[in-house]
Design a protein. Sequence first.
Length: 571
Amino acid sequence: MTPFCRLRFRPVVYALAALFAVVGTAAPAWAQFETRATQAVLGESFDLALGDFNHDGILDVTIPAGDSLYILLGNGDGTFRSLVSYPGDFYSIVAADFNNDGNLDLVVAPDGDTVEVFLGNGDGTFQPPKSSPTTSAAGFIAVGDFNGDHKLDIAIIDSPYISVLLGNGDGTFQPPIDNDSFVGPGWLALGDFNNDHLLDVAAIGSFGSSASIGVLLGNGNGTLQSAITQTLSYPPGSVAAADFNGDGNLDVAVGNYFNDGLTVLLGEGNGSFSRAQTYQGGGGAPVIVGQFSPDGSLDVVATPSSGLGAAEFLGNGNGTFQPAEIYASNHGAPAAAGDLNGDHKLDLVLRGNLPEAITSMLNTGTLGFSPSSPLSFPSQLINTSSPSQAVQLTNTGSAAVSISSIKASGSFQVSDTCGGSVPSGGSCTVSVVFGPKSEGQHSGAVTLVDSASSKPQVVELGGAATVAQVLPGSLKFGQQKVGTESAPQVVTVTNEGSAPVTFSSINIAGTDARDFSQTDSCLSGAIVAGGECSINVTFTPKKSGSRTGTLYINVAGGISPRPVMLAGRGK
C-alpha cells in the first residue's frame, strides 16, 4: 500500500444510526436484509450521505456522481426520487448543520485544495457553496466539535496531514491546523479515546509494508497531539469507533483490505488498544456500526469478499462478534445505514459502480428472504404467463411470525404456502408469475404484512414483455459430418401485437457461432400485426463433438424475445 491519496475506488461513508451498548453475551437475534430497490445515477460515485433534507421525517440521499451532486428524496419505503443536482466533481461528503439553523447542510471535498459547504434551505434544495482553503486536496472528511464552542468543525485527510478546520458557524472554516505525526492516513474515526471529554481522532493507514492505527488526542482547541501508534497485522481499509463491550472506553472495528476480515481492538481508555481479534467473512471499506438486531448489542456491517451485498457481524455485547452472515445483492456494497421505511430498524444503502447505482436493502428483522429481491423475469410474450419464480421465507426468530396478507401488484400474480403463520425455524414459499398484457418493461411488488415488521415488507418485481412470438424455442440438429451442411431448420416469428414490428438485426453468437448460419425474411420490412416471418438455420460443424450457439432476434425500439438455443454434434 502507498500513503493516502485520493483513492477514487474507496467510498467514504457516515452512518446515521443511534448506537447502544450493553454488557453480557446475548443469544443470536438475526437482522435479515433484502434488496428493496436499485436506482441508477449518472456517473461513477465514490461516496454518499443520508439525512432528512426536507423535514418530512423520511431519510434522503445525497451522492456525488460523475460531474454532479445529486439529491434524492426518500419515499418512506426504501425507494428514492431525484430532486435536484448541483454541478461539480466531489469526493467525500458529510451531512450536518454547520450554521445552526436546524437545516442539514453538506460539506464536500471538491477537486482542489478547498472544502465547500452547501447550506440547506430545509426543502431539499441547497444554496451555492461556500469555500474554505485546505493545505492540500482533501480526500476524507469527518465532523465534530473540537473546541467546545457548539459550532461544528471538520477533520480531514489532506495528505500528508490530518487537519482540523474550526467552524465559524456560518458554513465557513478557519485555516487548517495541520498534523503530520501519523504516516499514510487513509480513514478517520472521531471520539473521546482517553475519557477527558475532548474530541480525538483515530486514523488507520499503510505506508510501504507497514500497517498501523494511531490516535491523535485532542487538546480542546483544534490542535492534536502526536499520534499514539500501534501496528496492525493487515493493511486496513476503514475504521469505526464505538464501545462494543460496555466498559466506557471506545473500541475500534477495522476493515481489512486483503484478508477479507474485520479486526476489533478494545480500547484501554488512554488512546491505546488491546486484545485484537479478527473475524473472517467481510472487511474492506467502509465499516458501519449500529444496532441492526433487537438484542441491544452493537453490530457491524461490512463488505463481503464478493464486493456485492453485506456481511453482518452480530455483536455479543462483550466485545466479541458472531460469524459473518452474508446477504447478497446485485449492486454495490454497504455505504450508509439508517431507517429508510420508518419501522425503527436500521436499513442499508449500497453504493455501486459499473453500473453506477444506489441500492437499498431493508432490514426485515427475523424474516429472511431467499433469494433477496428484486425478482427479474426475462422476456415474456404478451397475453401468456411465465414459469413461476419462488422466494423462500425463513423465520430465524424465537417466536412465530404471523402473516396477515401477501399481495402482488402490476402484471404479476402470487401464491404461497405460508398460511397465516411461519413457526420459529420454519419456512414457506411465495411463488410469483408474470402475465403481461402489453409490450414493454413492467414493474410491481409482492407486499407482505406480517409481525416481523411494523411496516409492510416488499419483494420488488420486474419483467419485460414482447410481442414477438418465437417457435420453437430451441433447435437440435443431431449428428452432422464435420465440414458438411445440414438441412435447414425453421424458426417462425409471429407478431402478436396490434401494430407493425420491425427487426433491427438477427445474429448468432457463442463460442461455436461459426458452426451455424441463418437466412431470414424478417429483416426485409415491417411485420404487420398478426403477420409472421421465418428464419432458416443450418449447421456446418467445424470440429467433432458437441457444438452450441444462440440465435438472437432483436426488435427495433421494443422488447426482443428470448433467444433460441442451438445445438448439434460434429462427427
